[in-house]
Structure formats: structure tokens, C-alpha cells
Design a protein around this ligand. Structure first.
Ligand code: IPM
Ligand code: MN
Length: 360
């Protein structure tokens, strides 16, 4: 298969972790005779430094001209503590999602058997957890009208959803549940928010088309508690933009490190793959950032194009690295932890030598 992939490494540790994902994809291309072409472009704080804009037009145009986008991370502390900054790195990511219509953010969370003791949660609680979060990504409070009064003392952000926005992601969530454990939990705040009540109504209607899937409802505050108390009760979690942002970071605790969580952001025309973690600026260039989330995002990219065997090989390589403790310091408390690029090298090597690896 021929694929043109836009690579947007972004800020902080983005370039280091993305380089490992590219390394792994190149190994897959070589092993399976695919042609993957990588085209790089700036986004986020690095793009502001270069061009004054967090998402330069050339970057957006490149994304539109490629088959898929591999995204690193975004954010720089110099903007975080400046509430008056007009241009922010995060705007680049939000604009990319909106312009490309990436309305469904898919975030799988699972507990690896070899990492059960890395999580602060008890092993019997997390063992066997396998959740897939469907987070709506182009609506809600992130994109509603924003206001700041002239005197600067009153501000508001509007949370707005339309039936069509809810319907399209709901179909994706139910289809995914059909090939999983056939359960969708809608997380909302329908006891308070009108927008949540619309979600309940529309999701209930759509669910009639998927009689083999069970639909549950949970208020977001309760969901936040249940994810920690009994994560195994969940299969597919469907939720709006901000609730999804918050509970997916929370759920990452189950896996033992946020550095493991990959995501796919898909729409009707484009698809982007990115770790759920941020730019982790303190770790930039230190070789300590975990590249697994980015590498697993590359596996999700391959899945998206039906390259399941290839994606599976990457996942096997990742599991092997975790099993052998070939891991960065977030998972490896030993003094001799492995660097970002060495983890990438190990997985690259695993892909290049599948026969040797099967024998172990
Ligand atoms: C994420 C991030 C982004 C979000 C930020 C960087 C805008 O936290 O992808 O989860 O809030 O969506
Ligand atoms: Mn987030």
C-alpha cells in the first residue's frame, strides 16, 4: 500500500516521540513492502515562532493533501501563564480538528498484565480492563462562543451541540461496541445541562438501530468515580468534548502511565493519530519521554487503512518491550532506564526480525 503521511511533531517532547513512531512505520513498510512517504510541517508553539501562527496555511494544506496525519504534542509554558496571549499553540490543534472535521476522538485504555503494579490502583481492580472512549472532538464548550466583558470581569464559554453532531459519533461508538463487548455508556450531566439532555435523547434514538448493543447512562461525576472503583464495567464510553478530555486523562492511570495512551481522531474525510499526552516541556530533549503512545498511535493509523497484521506486529513489539522492562522512567524506576529512542530501536528491531522474536 502507498500512503502519504503528514508528520506534525509539534512542541516539547512531540518531535522525540514522533520520531520513534516514524521509525517503527518505516520498519513496517520495509517488512511488508509498503511505500510510506513522510512529509513534515510545523504546528503549535514552534509554528508560532516560525510564522506567527499556530497552524500555518501550508501545514493545513499539507494535511489535506495526505492520507493521514501523525501528530506529536502541543503546548509551551510560555503561553500557559499569560492569560492575555492572543495566539496560543493549542489553537493550532483545535483548528486542525475543526478544519479537517475530525469529530470522533477514539482513545483505547487497557491494563497490560505486565504493568498491573505500575498503576496506583490495586491490581485486582484494573486487571482485564479494556475500555474505548469515544470523545466528541469538534463541538461543545471548546468551540462555542467565547465572551469576555469589556471590563474583563465576566467571561463565558458556550456549550452547544446539534443533533447531527451527536448522531454521527454515536453511530461510530455503537459500531465499535458491536465488535467489542456490546455495551455503550453515555457519560453526561443530564441532571443539569440541556445539552446533555439532547445527547441522551439522540443517543437513545440512535441506539434503536443497534439492538445487540446495551446502552447505559452515567453522570460524569459518578463516571469519574466508577472509572477508578470498577473500570472493568466499561466497554465503550461515549461522551462530549470536555468530559472526554477529562475522563481520558483519568483513565490513563489504569494503564500505569499516560505515556502509553494513543488516539485516533477521525472524520468523514481525514484521520489524525496522536498520543493523548501533552508536550511535557520539562522532559524536552532529555530522552525520557515514553514513545509508546506515539508508536501505538501509528498502529491505530495502520488499523485505519485495514493493515491489521502490521498494526498487530507493532502491538506485539510494544508488549514485548513492556514485558522486558525496556521502558522509559515513567514505567521504569530502575536507575538504568531506557531512553526514548532506545525503546523505539527495540520495537523497530522486533519488527525487522519477526522470526527471531517468535522463538522467545
Ligand atoms: C487533548 C489535549 C487538548 C484538548 C489540548 C492540548 C487542546 O488536552 O488532546 O486531550 O484539550 O483536547
Ligand atoms: Mn487532554
Amino acid at each position: 500500500m502507498k500512503l502519504k503521511i503528514a508528520v506534525l511533531p509539534g512542541d516539547g517532547v512531540g518531535p522525540e516521540v514522533t520520531a520513534q513512531a516514524v521509525k517503527v512505520l518505516k520498519a513496517i513498510a520495509q517488512e511488508f513492502d509498503h511505500t510510506f512517504q513522510f512529509k513534515y510541517a510545523p504546528v503549535g508553539a514552534v509554528a508560532i515562532d516560525e510564522t506567527g501562527e499556530p497552524l500555518p496555511k501550508t501545514t493545513l494544506d499539507l494535511c489535506k493533501a495526505t492520507d493521514a496525519i501523525l501528530f506529536g504534542a502541543i503546548g509551551d509554558p510560555k503561553y500557559d501563564n499569560d492569560p492575555s496571549a492572543k495566539v496560543r499553540p493549542e489553537q493550532g490543534l483545535l483548528k486542525l480538528r475543526k478544519e479537517l472535521g475530525l469529530y470522533a476522538n477514539i482513545r483505547p485504555v487497557k491494563a497490560y498484565d505486565t504493568l498491573l503494579d505500575k498503576s496506583p490502583l490495586k491490581r485486582h481492580i484494573i486487571k482485564g480492563t479494556d475500555i474505548c472512549i469515544y470523545r466528541e472532538l469538534t463541538g461543545g464548550i471548546y468551540f462555542g462562543e467565547k465572551k469576555l466583558s469589556d471590563d474583563g470581569n465576566t467571561a463565558s464559554d458556550l456549550c452547544e451541540y446539534t443533533r447531527a453532531e451527536i448522531e454521527r459519533i454515536t453511530h461510530l461508538a455503537f459500531k465499535s461496541a458491536q465488535s467489542r463487548k456490546r455495551k455503550v455508556t453515555l457519560v453526561d450531566k443530564a441532571n443539569v445541562l440541556e445539552s446533555s439532555r439532547l445527547w441522551r435523547r439522540v443517543v437513545t434514538e440512535v441506539s434503536q438501530e443497534y439492538k445487540d448493543v446495551k446502552l447505559d447512562f452515567l453522570f460524569v461525576d459518578n463516571a469519574a468515580m466508577q472509572i477508578i472503583l470498577n473500570p472493568k464495567q466499561f466497554d465503550v464510553i461515549l461522551t462530549e468534548n470536555m468530559f472526554g478530555d477529562i475522563i481520558s486523562d483519568e483513565a490513563s492511570v489504569i494503564g500505569g502511565s499516560i505515556g502509553l495512551l494513543a488516539s485516533a481522531s477521525v472524520g468523514d474525510y481525514f484521520a489524525m493519530f496522536e498520543p493523548i499526552h501533552g508536550s511535557y516541556p520539562q522532559a524536552k530533549d532529555l530522552g525520557i519521554a515514553n514513545p509508546i503512545a506515539s508508536i501505538l498511535s501509528a498502529a491505530m493509523l495502520l488499523d485505519h487503512f485495514g493493515l491489521f497484521e502490521e498494526a498487530e506486529l507493532i502491538r506485539e513489539g510494544v508488549e514485548r518491550s513492556l514485558k522486558l522492562n525496556i521502558t522509559t522512567p515513567d514505567l521504569n524506576t530502575k536507575f538504568n532506564h531506557i531512553s526514548t529512542s532506545k525503546v523505539g530501536d527495540f520495537i523497530e528491531d522486533f519488527i525487522n526480525n519477526p522470526k527471531d522474536n517468535n522463538m522467545n
